[in-house]
Design a protein around this ligand. Sequence first.
Ligand SMILES: Cc1cc2nc3c(=O)[nH]c(=O)nc-3n(C[C@H](O)[C@H](O)[C@H](O)COP(=O)(O)O)c2cc1C
Length: 188
Amino acid sequence: MSGHKPCSIVVLRGSPRASGNSDQLADRFCETAIEAHAELHDYALRDLEFSPFGEVADDHQDQLSPALNDIVQADIIVLTTPIYFCNMSGLLKGALDRFFGFLKSDYLTNPEPSILPKGKHLVLLQTQGEGEERYDALLEQYGPGLDKLGLNERHLVRACGVREPGDIQVHPTALQNVEALAKRLTAS
Ligand SMILES: Cc1cc2nc3c(=O)[nH]c(=O)nc-3n(C[C@H](O)[C@H](O)[C@H](O)COP(=O)(O)O)c2cc1C
């Protein structure tokens, strides 16, 4: 036993469709992370009943609460989403709005506005039917909020032109990019 703490990863699966393209990207990240002996907390948002209200009371508990608690300790946060109507899925956005709870009450003026420990990596795995010229800036659209949370190590992998659940398999580049990223982040 080396006593070395394993890398802790929280995955929030944001597609309403189980086993679709977004899940298959997430699966590749998870498989690679497990091979690297990471500790995985894997949540499918579609299976959770939770409030998307960003200003829930401090003592509010629902089925998203364990995932949010895990995020505080995590080294890597993996969000997955299909593009739905030109944006992330409503499922993922609802969960992301709850990240508001990671901000201190005086976040507007506090130079250290986040309760999250620094140094986390945020990964967005994004799938979309349209081509790569569309929605490449989705992650950075959320940049101002993510910066406030201290989540400034951000990584994006996209699979474009995928629609039917198996389509991702004929886009090995996206899967390979996910695998390479998972290897790199779990090794650091
Ligand atoms: C309701 C709905 C809305 C969609 N809207 C878009 C869109 O605006 N732009 C786009 O590129 N693809 C769109 N798509 C295609 C999905 O992003 C694509 O099929 C994705 O791979 C689905 O992910 P999944 O297999 O994980 O469910 C939409 C699909 C659905 C079902």
